[in-house]
Design a protein around this ligand. Structure first.
Ligand SMILES: Cc1ncc(COP(=O)(O)O)c(C=O)c1O
Length: 387
């Protein structure tokens, strides 16, 4: 059978190979410590599950949902932004309900760009951004995220031609994969840059709840004028361990929100209303569960980084997200080191080059296993005598 050209243009799923290798090793009965994935390991807090159970019994929720999400969730998103970031959001015009932010990030280029327009993406970056590039047939330019610049893009390093052509810009802090965080000043600079060059900004705030060392991650919308140029996408996947529930939202500039809603009117019929109802409960009830989760990730980070330093590995602690971005030993590429860890230490990690050219020289380690397993992982690496 012959299928569409678009299907053939879709980027290869770099991490599918890793998953296959890990599964094959597990099938051999090997005790693999899987640090390669980005799937929260804890269950959804019980008060949110209870809210879903109750909402699922309401026959009103068995019907088609309103196309643009239930009003309770849009209001909860606005209340959440007011409470957490002191940002005013109009629940009618400035919120779009998403079936997870992956959808929002992939459909946004389709909604706001035309084929051949230019999008600016971070390198390294979340690979799914590339799916949106392929589906919308847009031109991609990358912004290197380098350690010496705290993994923030340097707008002044872009050529005049790229700055003039760019119409959409993606950012993501706390950052996957580098663990870098953004400052309010950086977001203010982003607003100035976007205004000067008429670029739409989409900030992917997937790890918004996970900041370390007492630093609460900054929302892009806290920067003055941010709503003039962009939106922020927020997912419940990480903040409340709800990755399987597929629920998130976009907030910000009303015109961009309308564009997202319009494309979604054609693609989806919104999410199961009971899930939306439970999401509203998650956003508006006690946030103690999120604080405990954040503390868990910080403890794991501390164990990983302390242990890595103990064996002589020159690593830098991530400031947020649930990932650590670690340099590979001299003499190895990212893929070689990843393969070595799997073969000789039964440890799975994500090879940095899978996130882009500037990911070469790193591996990404997920903080999604217990402190004990992280300690054991470093002990296994110690035996390889690489540092
Ligand atoms: C940077 C980043 N953005 C977006 C997502 C997608 O989250 P979801 O589709 O679950 O909302 C992820 C998930 O891993 C992510 O790491």
């Amino acid at each position: 059978m012959k299928f569409s050209k678009k299907l053939q243009q879709l980027p290869p799923q770099f991490f599918a190979t890793l998953v296959q290798k890990v599964n094959a090793a597990l099938a051999e009965g090997r005790d693999i410590i899987n640090l390669g994935q980005g799937n929260p390991d804890q269950p959804t807090p019980s008060h949110i599950v209870t809210a879903l159970q109750e909402a699922a019994t309401n026959p009103q929720h068995h019907k088609y949902p309103p196309f643009r999400g239930i009003p309770e969730l849009r209001q909860a998103a606005a209340d959440f932004y007011k409470r957490e970031y002191n940002v005013e959001i109009d629940p009618q015009t400035e919120v779009a309900v998403l079936g997870g932010t992956k959808i929002g990030l992939v459909e946004l280029p389709l909604a706001v760009l035309s084929a051949g327009d230019t999008i600016l993406l971070p390198d390294p970056g979340y690979p799914d951004y590339l799916s949106g590039v392929a589906l919308a047939d847009v031109h991609l330019e990358t912004m290197p995220l380098l350690a010496e610049n705290d993994f923030l893009p340097n707008y002044s390093a872009l050529t005049e031609d790229v700055k003039e052509r760019a119409k959409l810009l993606y950012l993501n802090y706390p950052n996957n994969p580098t663990g870098g965080t953004a400052t309010l000043e950086f977001f203010e600079e982003t607003v100035r840059f976007a205004k000067e060059h008429q670029i739409i900004v989409a900030h992917d705030f997937a790890y918004g709840a996970i900041g370390f060392d007492g630093q609460k991650p900054v929302s892009f919308l806290q920067a003055e004028g941010a709503k003039d140029v962009g939106i922020e996408m927020y997912t419940l996947s990480k903040t409340y361990n709800m990755a399987g529930w597929r629920i998130g939202f976009a907030v910000g500039n009303a015109q961009i929100i309308e564009a997202i809603n319009l494309i979604q009117d054609h693609l989806f019929c919104s999410q199961f209303p009971a899930v939306q109802q439970a999401a509203a409960v998650a956003l508006t009830s006690s946030q103690q569960c999120t604080e405990e989760l954040r503390e868990t990730y910080e403890r794991r980070r501390n164990v990983l980084i302390e242990e890595a330093k103990r064996i002589g590995w020159q690593v830098t602690a991530p400031k947020g997200s649930f990932f650590a971005w670690l340099p590979v030993p001299i003499g190895y590429t990212s893929e070689q080191f990843t393969a070595l860890l799997l073969e000789k230490a039964d440890i799975a990690v994500a090879s940095g080059n899978g996130f882009g050219q500037h990911g070469e020289g790193y591996i990404r380690v997920g903080l999604l296993v217990s402190e004990e397993r992280l300690r054991e992982a470093i002990q296994r690496i110690e035996k390889l005598q690489l540092f």
